[in-house]
Design a protein around this ligand. Structure first.
Ligand code: ADP
Ligand code: MG
Length: 319
């Protein structure tokens, strides 16, 4: 499936103003009344606003709320995607859109091209797609905002993921190159490799195992625990120079601080995921595995830098 951008070139300047008004209005209104859309859009006449409204509604960027007490519209996921893409186009981080390469419970992944023709990855966070209750409970920013909209939650997830990825990239971790972020979307480099889940054999499982365990420990020494460190979020490259470069770790919105009350439990769970995959799939077991209390020694405060959940105000003062 391709990301549908076919209407993008046909939308008029007025249409985009009304679409932006729908986004802005949704900060204060669940359903945005037509007269507010008109005021915020600043179009010269109500009939011009109405024309744009019906154009946007026809292609599904906003939708009419029929059950509301008043006549109003809501920005759709599709509309929110458009606004983010428009921003990327303007910043020249996206020039063309390509195929969908992944679909998760909470995201859609596409390839995109920049204007030099380089292929990158666009990840669109979709947090409202499933019930908030079933989302992992370590995402305490969700607990705090349980009744907030999918737009807001997806945006926070993208901002968090981008911030984590940037901090890790700048500290030499093997993660995709963070390129841009807008609203619920991030752009990162495309990794040429295979998802670890697909791995059936490996010529040196012991080396790979130790690379992965070292990543977990080094990440913790920098103040963070991934919390979803498993075969679905690790890419194995075909070509690499050092063992560290063989793996690329993705999917960071749920990272927590090593000062989180449940840090040890989540650390152990990440370690266990790797042990279990190696036993099940690669028939490899080792007596060695990292332990939170014995092996984690704080060297950096990336959790403070990116405001990871679990890092309390009190600790911020201490560092
Ligand atoms: P989710 O939060 O939905 O799990 P992920 O970030 O884990 O999303 O991405 C889902 C899938 O998309 C991954 O399992 C991987 O196959 C693919 N993918 C994501 N990012 C990249 C990337 N930078 N390069 C290559 N493939 C990627
Ligand atoms: Mg994932």
């Amino acid at each position: 499936m391709r990301l549908d951008t076919s209407h993008m070139r046909y939308l008029s300047h007025d249409d985009f103003r009304v679409l932006s008004a729908a986004e802005y209005g949704s900060k204060n209104h669940e359903v945005i009344p037509t007269n507010i859309l008109h005021q915020l859009g600043g179009l010269r006449s109500t009939s011009a606003t109405n024309r744009s409204i019906s154009e946007l509604a026809k292609i599904g960027l906003i939708s009419k709320m029929r059950n509301a007490k008043y006549d109003g519209y809501r920005l759709t996921y599709h509309g929110y995607d458009y606004l983010a893409l428009k921003t990327f186009l303007k910043r020249k981080t996206v020039y063309s859109t390509g195929n969908q390469i992944g679909i998760g419970k909470e995201s859609d992944i596409f390839t995109v091209g920049d204007d030099a023709g380089k292929e990158n990855v666009l990840k669109l966070h979709r947090l409202g797609r499933i019930s908030f209750r079933s989302i992992k409970n370590n995402r305490d920013y969700i607990k705090a905002h349980e009744n907030l909209s999918w737009k807001f939650l997806s945006k926070i997830a993208a901002e968090k993921e981008f911030a984590f990825m940037k901090a890790l990239y700048e500290n030499g971790f093997s993660v995709p190159v963070p390129i841009d972020q807008s609203r619920h979307c991030i752009i990162m480099s495309l990794i040429d490799g295979t998802i670890m889940r697909r791995l059936l054999t490996h010529d040196n499982p012991s080396r790979l195992y130790s690379t992965l365990m070292s990543f977990i420990v080094r990440l913790a020494n920098h103040g963070l625990i991934h919390c979803d460190f498993n075969e679905f979020n690790i890419l194995i490259k075909d070509k690499f120079d050092t063992p560290e470069e063989e793996i690329v770790v993705i999917d960071f919105p749920q990272c927590i601080s090593i000062s989180h009350v449940d840090a040890k439990r989540y650390f152990d769970r990440d370690v266990e995921s790797i042990k279990s995959f190696f036993k099940r799939k690669l028939n490899f077991e080792s007596d060695y595995f990292p332990e939170f209390d014995r092996d984690v020694k704080r060297e950096q405060n990336l959790d403070l830098l990116v405001n990871a959940s679990g890092f309390s105000k009190k600790e911020v003062k201490e560092y």
